[in-house]
Design a protein around this ligand. Structure first.
Ligand code: GLN
Length: 547
């Protein structure tokens, strides 16, 4: 354990999408596995106060923490790797920084001074960087600076790093610069020039990178590492190669082989030992050596973008490893699903997940999909909007309430089986006003979920405005869809199941946010198991038919 909190800053150069989040999470894993209490923070240079109002096409999934913060999807990686919850303090945007500085100015807290980027904005950034460190909960705080050095919008962050590095003093802070070493196939060569330039750009702001992590498609030979060290003012052991990996879960071991943890700890004057990655490696081993496979349909409207359902895809990887099966995900665009093609698109699947979402686009396809899997006994998991679609489908096709809908899609429906909560009706602001964060839920006896969670009460994270309308609960239950999870205080329905179906579960919350390598989410584990059972049953039936 360290006596003072140490700070590691991760900056990015040359291009975006180099995987700063994964490098930060992998390093954190290696430090955690040596006994250091480590957390990771992401600073995002955009002006939105949080990513909650961003379209998934812009910035991928919005990740929700226990305390109800709507955050960048990198926080999902941090939690999945470290198995330690993050919070609002782990994600700060330029919008939030300016918002608090402007609020202070309005309250007169700057005593008549001219409010400026330096020192007021940079002070606020430095304060936000140190909140986690000062909490006393962490030995090491890794701060990932979003964007690429040289961007106008990143400048106040880089300036704050410059100041903080100076203030914290030697051995207490360091900068890891993640860059790209491209391979020019025409020349057959790896090129160091972009890295030299990006290190130079960082230096123009007064920040010297201490360690270079170089993304590359090919092994970096020693002479190239020497060249990078020489041109970029770093020691030779500080040039770390980050070669493309087949899975992000390989990156901690790749960084271990490269000695990233060792050089970091040396520069921070901390002891290093061999990290204990036993459990991690057992997971990777299971993930890479599945005994069989299942195919699950992911029905949503952002399916062409991997990042939009990041946590769901990762939760399937964890659940697959737990079951020792490979989970093939077939992404199905709900806008192109209809009663005519539904059989063609879904009949071969071993399970179907209907994804979360907002707005009307693509919902009729989702409803058709729920009907198909309900009538054909295909395991089903509905998440948030997916659960709401299951309730609508059941109301329309089993209860015969033909115009049953959510008031999100049709305000004037006579059967609003999904409706706005009373306290949402007066809300006009879109940002941070949904039902967010962890809420407790009581599970009914003899239900799938009670068995799956093996608990009477659970806490799961929410992000929605609309709810199951309890006025319809009795009618819906009478026809065979039962509410098996209720909020203990408000009695809001959080989970529905159909007991006559082999495995049909809809949840108003987002289980995917809580799935980690160390704790694969039990609902995903059980869903994958149900898909496996379905696959086996299908095989038995077709064998019997062929006899
Ligand atoms: N749009 C729905 C609501 O606001 C569902 C949200 C979601 O799927 N996260 O209630």
């Amino acid at each position: 354990m360290a006596t003072t909190t140490k700070y590691i800053f991760v900056t990015g150069g040359v291009t975006s999408s180099l995987g700063k989040g994964i490098i930060a999470a992998s390093l954190a894993k290696l430090l955690q596995a040596q006994g250091y209490r480590t957390t990771i923070q992401k600073l995002d240079p955009y002006i939105n106060v949080d990513p909650g109002t961003l379209n998934p096409y812009e910035h991928g999934e919005c990740y929700v923490t226990d305390d109800g913060a709507e955050t960048d999807l990198d926080l999902g990686h941090y939690e999945r790797f470290l198995n330690v919850p993050t919070s609002q303090a782990n994600n700060v945007t330029t919008g939030r920084i300016y918002q608090s500085v402007i609020e202070k100015e309005r309250r007169g807290e700057f005593l008549g001074k001219t409010v400026q980027v330096i020192p007021h904005i940079t002070d606020e950034i430095k304060h936000r960087i140190q909140i986690l460190g000062k909490s006393g909960d962490y030995d090491i705080v890794i701060t990932e600076i979003g964007g690429t050095v040289g961007d106008i919008e990143s400048l106040p962050y880089v300036e704050s790093v410059r100041q903080l590095k100076w203030e914290l003093g030697q051995d207490n802070a360091l900068v890891i610069h993640l860059t790209l070493v491209p391979y020019l196939s025409a020349a057959g060569e790896l090129k160091t020039k972009p890295t030299q330039h990006s290190v130079k750009t960082l230096m123009e702001s007064g920040v010297q990178a201490d360690i270079l992590v170089c993304r590359t498609e090919h092994e970096l030979p020693q002479d190239l590492r020497d060249k990078l060290a020489r041109f970029c003012n770093v020691t030779r052991d500080s040039v770390i190669q980050s070669i493309d990996a087949s899975t992000i879960y390989d990156v901690p071991n790749l960084m271990l082989t490269e000695g990233l943890d060792k050089i970091v700890l040396k520069k921070l004057a901390l002891k290093s030992e061999t990290p204990d990655l036993t459990r991690w490696n057992a997971f990777v081993e299971r993930h890479k050596n599945p005994k069989t496979e299942v195919t699950i349909g992911l029905i949503g409207k952002y399916v062409e973008l991997q990042d939009s359902y990041k946590s769901i895809l990762e939760a399937f990887i964890h659940a697959g490893a737990e079951n020792e099966v490979k989970v093939n995900i077939e992404s199905i665009h709900s806008e192109y699903l209809n009663a005519d093609n539904i059989k063609l698109k879904l009949s071969h699947l071993d399970g179907v997940l209907v994804a979360p979402g907002f707005g009307e686009r693509g919902i009729e396809g989702k409803i058709d999909a729920v009907r198909y899997v309900r009538e054909n006994n295909i395991p089903f998991l509905g998440i948030c909007l997916g659960m709401q679609m299951a309730v609508i489908e059941f109301s329309r096709n089993v209860l015969g309430l033909k115009d049953a809908n959510s008031t999100e899609m049709n305000e004037s429906t006579t059967n609003p089986v999904i409706d706005l909560m009373e306290e949402q009706k007066t809300v006009t602001d879109k940002g941070g006003t949904m039902r967010l964060g962890t809420w407790t839920c009581d599970l009914s006896e003899n239900s799938i979920v009670r068995n799956v969670y093996n608990a009477k009460t659970i806490g799961e994270r929410h992000r929605h405005r609309y709810e199951f309308n309890s006025d319809f609960k009795a009618q819906i239950e009478e026809k065979g869809m039962v509410a098996t999870g209720l909020n203990p205080d408000t009695k809001l329905v959080e989970i529905v199941e159909i007991p006559s179906h082999p495995w049909f579960v809809g949840v108003q919350y987002h289980p995917e946010y809580k799935s980690t390598v160390a704790n694969p989410h039990p609902l995903f584990v059980a869903f994958v198991k149900a898909a496996l059972v379905h696959k086996e049953t299908k095989k038995d039936v077709s064998m019997a038919q062929n006899k």
